[in-house]
Design a binder for this molecule. Structure first.
Ligand SMILES: *Cc1c(COP(=O)(O)O)cnc(C)c1O
Length: 648
């Protein structure tokens, strides 16, 4: 695998151009737009120059979406096909992963800026200004409508996904307006939950443990890596492994905080405290993140006295290792960090709480393997996925988190603890409620489970939870599983579609472009006539008249649609004894869509037909509504063609 990094800082460039790529998250719309043009268009040109011809282009977030235009342009030049066909052909091989659960997270640009910097490229393609703006979303004629990179990506890709099950659902809601009159559940946004690269995040001791549990030829990152192996490990083995890991962390923290103090010119007394901070036998909580509002980095510290009481309990003490980093321009984030620093400095907990500066990967690689419990407190549904909690899994750490991002699908009471519920809350005082629940969970569940020991000193319940978390979650939240899903669900179908559409001088792509043009011109003339429903022998017989205007009957499909029945299916899932995650899937199950058969021409009508369908009368007849949708075996509908006509 090769990684190419683009940098405009070349002496041949003007000073202004040299600065284009100088900073990440460049301030100001203009600088960002230029960066994204460099990334999307420049990125594609680099590949061309290198002679690399990818079948699949993965747009990770909308930032690179201009690649859609660059790829179509080079396809056009190479094959001599039309612009519409080039867009159809290349789109098949473009895939888009959205990463934010809030619409405000999408990059937006004023049209004047797009005119200034991107229109030249549309001109090269022969794409009109209005068509360019239409690709950027919203109503093309509305000049106040900004150009949105996520919309360009949506319009230029054949597959779209979020990064967790919940984020997929949230993204369907966000993108619903893009699919006017389509039900939210049919908005074509799936999900592939993120995963972590296990061999980056497991400690050497964890690597050894997993290797012992699975002695022969299993890949270290294999999906089924030792599902059973870990559960066969003895409790004392696993508990000793945890104790070692905790000890390593305590030593690391002592060294690091000593250095931190020295750099600040601390006195001997303070350094002495740092040398003895933490205790390798005490339940260790880890809490580290980018300090931003939605992550509620301050939640754990909402009631400092309460937390101090938990940390300093004589019989069952608890210790806390914190780290954080705030964006330099995020005042609220910086305030949160200060709060953590001040808390850790309180004398009554000087040996129980530590704040480590400069949260980075190196620190995380020491912190994650050592903690017993990882705490995460995002405000649902703002955490698209979250990965920090996944990093403790292979190391035998457990998670407490709000049901958000990955934890919404991973949580079950056997593998960890959850905060909050499966609803979104925004009422004032919510943080206090969640903080109170967090303290209670610690006091009533987490701490007792950790300190409840058998005659050998082993906390059986704790180790059972470790085993369940390690065996069940580690493989599922690994990057190996994630990659496999991307390949199977997205890359392979995208590559196949691209090959088909671009074969024979893009014959299929030209056909699809012509089909879309017909739909565009004629959709307004589609019309339903009479609908009749009869019941016979527990079957519904539907028949409906449809006038297709100038369209070929093959261009569209007349179908019956009914929303999914959630409750009934959830119970069925629960009865079958399947886990919460899978029930969630069923609740999101597909709606009923029944293709109606063209029974014959409608007497006296031009291009009017009678369509019929017969189906078991299992649910109310009024649940079903006829509709007409575009149809072509080679198109992704509704992502690529979103016309729809409902009878009602
Ligand atoms: C894993 C990691 C993150 C990302 O954590 P999320 O939970 O995905 O927000 C951020 N910073 C560092 C140093 C990390 O190791």
């Amino acid at each position: 695998m090769s990684l190419y990094l683009l940098d405009s800082n070349d002496p041949m460039n003007s000073p202004w151009d040299r600065a284009i790529t100088a900073n990440l998250y460049a301030p100001g719309q203009e600088r960002r737009l230029i960066q994204e043009i460099v990334l999307g268009i420049g990125g594609w040109q680099v590949l061309e120059k290198l002679g690399i011809e990818p079948e699949v282009c993965h747009l990770n977030e909308g930032h690179a979406a201009f690649v859609v235009l660059a790829r179509a342009y080079s396809f056009m030049k190479k094959t001599g096909c039309s612009l519409a066909a080039a867009l159809w052909a290349t789109r098949a091989g473009n895939v888009f992963t959205t990463h934010t659960p809030v619409e405000a997270g999408f990059d937006r640009f004023d049209r004047a800026l797009v005119d200034k910097y991107a229109k030249f490229y549309a001109d090269l393609l022969g794409l009109s200004r209005l068509d360019l703006m239409a690709l950027g979303g919203g109503r093309a004629e509305d000049e106040s409508c900004p150009f949105t990179m996520a919309h360009l990506a949506l319009n230029g890709c054949s597959h779209v996904n979020g990064v967790s099950r919940l984020h997929g659902r949230v993204s369907r809601k966000i993108f619903q307006p893009h699919f006017a009159r389509w039900p939210e559940i049919e908005v074509p946004v799936g999900y592939v939950t993120n995963g972590v690269h296990i061999s980056t995040w497991d400690s050497p001791a964890a690597q050894k443990l997993w290797a012992e549990a699975c002695p022969r030829d299993c890949l270290p990152d294999g999906i089924d890596y030792l599902k059973d192996g870990i559960t066969r490990q003895s409790d004392s083995q696993l508990w000793s492994f945890r104790a070692e890991a905790r000890k390593d962390l305590v030593e690391y923290v002592r060294r690091r905080s000593g250095r931190q103090l020295q750099e600040r010119g601390a006195g001997q007394e303070e350094l002495k405290i740092a040398r003895h901070v933490l205790n390798p036998n005490v339940l260790t909580l880890g809490f580290a993140r980018r300090a931003t509002a939605y992550k509620r980095t301050d939640l754990l510290l909402k009631n400092p006295e309460r937390l101090i009481a938990i940390l300093t309990d004589r019989a069952h003490p608890v210790q806390l290792v914190m780290a954080a980093k705030a964006h330099p321009s995020d005042e609220q984030g910086k305030e949160m960090v200060k709060q953590m620093v001040n808390f850790a400095a309180r004398p009554e907990i000087s040996d129980r709480a530590v704040f480590l500066e400069d949260y980075d990967i190196d620190l995380a690689q020491h912190l994650q393997p050592g903690v017993d419990v990882w705490i995460n407190t995002p405000l649902r549904p703002n955490e698209a996925c979250g990965t920090s909690g996944m990093k403790v899994l292979a190391n035998g750490g457990l998670n407490i988190s709000n049901l958000d991002g990955w934890w919404d699908e991973a949580y079950d009471p056997e593998v960890g603890w959850c905060l909050g519920d499966e609803r979104e809350h925004s009422e004032p005082g919510r943080d206090e409620v969640d903080a109170e629940q967090l303290y209670r969970l610690l006091v009533e569940k987490v701490v007792p489970l950790f300190y409840e020991r058998d005659e050998e000193g082993i906390p059986k319940g704790w180790v059972a939870m470790m085993k369940a978390s390690m065996a069940r979650l580690t493989p599922r939240y690994s990057s190996a599983r994630m990659m496999q899903e991307y390949v199977e669900k997205i890359y392979r179908p995208a590559a196949i579609a691209f090959r088909k559409r671009s074969a024979d001088g893009a014959r299929l792509a030209e056909e699809l472009a012509a089909w879309q043009e017909r739909l565009k011109e004629n959709w307004k003339d589609l019309r339903f006539g009479r609908l009749t429903m009869t019941e016979a022998d527990d079957f519904w017989c539907f028949s409906v008249e449809a006038y297709l205007g100038e369209l070929y009957p093959e261009d569209v499909r007349v179908e019956l649609y009914a929303n999914p029945l959630p409750e009934e299916k959830t119970e069925a899932g629960a009865e079958a004894g399947i886990s919460k995650g899978e029930v969630g899937q069923i609740m999101q199950s597909a709606p009923e869509k029944i293709a109606m058969e063209r029974l014959g021409p409608l007497a006296g009508a031009v291009n009017g037909f009678i369509y019929g369908a017969r189906l078991p009368a299992k649910r109310a007849v009024e649940d079903y509504t006829p509709r007409i949708v575009p149809y072509h075996g080679g198109a992704f509908i509704p992502l690529e063609e979103a016309h729809i006509l409902w009878m009602h």
